[in-house]
Write a protein that binds this ligand. Structure first.
Ligand SMILES: *Cc1c(COP(=O)(O)O)cnc(C)c1O
Length: 402
């Protein structure tokens, strides 16, 4: 290992070991590798087990995630599948009550089959979580901030407490929302960090991928065993594309976050209830700031009316109606009808999930264009009005503080 630089530099810096000194990592689109001889096996033999392009990517990921071992797999859900395979039948686990929809679906599937016993709790309530952590708990799944409710949990307190109860409890953290640029969960004591690389890490919505990062060699060995056994390692070409996307992570997230801050303030000043950890009005603004280097580029807001929200979503031009986030272009969605439709209505209600919630995932476009586009949609949706002086008023007639 050479000298380490700041994240922005590490993302674009690499020392090539390529025979021709190619300035980008070469793509080894090969399933097998010939061996020097029967007695002298080379570093690679079969791409399911290892591939030089994937290794290059994994080394870059390990550096920016501050891990000793990083693994690239075929999707974010693939990460969770690998991680849950470390458990034994009947093991008890704790998970948040506002997890990513797909995470909720896989954990519920395993719970209903009897493979695992999953206990869902509000992870923003640190004392409640601590009271549920016993030596019987084998794994804890955390996410912060969650989306679209943007709930923040005290990762370090929960991880430290879990390890004081038992060193063997594996604390797992899904860092998709922040990305390694804004958060280093391994520094907060989690054992396994994973993220959907489909989002910020790649940033262009042209591949699906997942990244797992670990410091403990023994745990890394078990994870590698599962990846090699199940064959979910990322393909060479997708690894190569992810290497390319990764180089602009810092600059993309910086711009996305700048835009998101402006839009969060704009919506809050109109009078909407906005959920964004960068706003001082967010109940866990300070906790979030103590763990992260920024607030990210996803926010949600409520309009008070499902039909109004639907009209807003259907009347934007620049914002595409799509699930997912972390891409260079901005997206708008209604989680209840889209990404979180896999959580049944009753569970959503129990978790105070507002059916009128709109989620915005902000891209790198010009911020004024985005705000103009939203304004148009808010007017068409009936959430705002303008007077003859072009001043903006909210639905209850109060002038927006712009
Ligand atoms: C998208 C997402 C996942 C799943 O990742 P895929 O790459 O879509 O499989 C997991 N967690 C969070 C928070 C996500 O946003």
């Amino acid at each position: 290992m050479g000298k380490s630089y700041s994240l922005e530099t590490e993302l674009v810096f690499s020392k090539s070991s390529d025979q021709y000194n190619a300035s980008v990592p070469p793509l080894y689109q090969s399933a097998t590798f010939k061996q020097p001889s029967l007695s002298n096996m080379g570093e690679y033999d079969y791409t399911r087990s290892g591939n030089p392009t994937r290794t290059y990517l994994q080394n870059q990921l390990a550096k920016i995630m501050k891990a000793n071992h990083a693994f690239a797999v075929t999707s974010g859900m693939g990460c969770l599948d690998v991680i849950t395979r470390l458990l034994k039948p009947g093991d008890e686990v704790i998970a948040g009550d506002d997890l990513y929809g797909g995470t909720h679906r896989l954990l519920t599937y395993l719970n209903n089959k009897g493979d695992l016993k999953v206990h869902h709790h509000d992870t923003t309530n640190t004392e409640l979580i601590k009271s549920k952590i016993t030596p019987d708990i084998k794994m804890i799944f955390l996410e912060s901030p969650t989306n679209p409710l943007i709930k923040v949990c005290d990762v370090k307190s929960i991880a430290d407490y879990a390890h004081s109860v038992s060193e063997d409890i594996i604390v797992v953290f899904d860092n998709t929302m922040m990305s390694p640029i804004l958060m280093t969960p391994l520094d907060l004591g989690v054992d396994i960090q994973y993220e959907s690389a489909t989002k910020y890490l790649n940033g262009h919505h042209d591949i699906m991928a997942g990244a797992i990062a670990i410091r403990k060699p023994e745990l890394a060995e078990r994870v590698y065993f599962v990846i090699n056994s199940t064959g979910c390692g990322l393909s060479p070409f997708d690894s190569w594309l992810l290497c390319r996307g990764l180089r602009t992570l810092a600059i993309r997230v910086e711009r996305q976050q700048q835009n998101c801050n402006k839009i969060a303030e704009f919506l809050q000043n109109i009078g909407f209830k906005v959920r964004y950890p960068g706003l001082k009005s967010h109940p866990q603004h300070e906790l979030h700031s103590s763990m992260c280097r920024g607030a990210g580029a996803v926010l949600s807001f409520e309009t008070g009316c499902i039909r109004t929200s639907e009209r807003i979503v259907e009347n934007t031009d620049i914002f595409g109606i799509a699930v997912s986030f972390g891409c260079v272009n901005s997206l708008i969605s209604m989680p209840c009808k889209m990404s979180h439709a896999s959580i049944d209505a009753k569970t959503r209600e129990e978790r105070d999930f507002p059916e009128d919630l709109i989620r915005l995932c902000i891209g790198i476009e010009n911020a004024d264009d985005l705000i103009d586009d939203l304004t148009k949609a808010l007017l068409k949706g009936g959430a705002c009005k303008v007077n003859e002086k072009d001043e903006l008023f909210n639905a209850v007639g109060v002038q927006a503080k712009l």
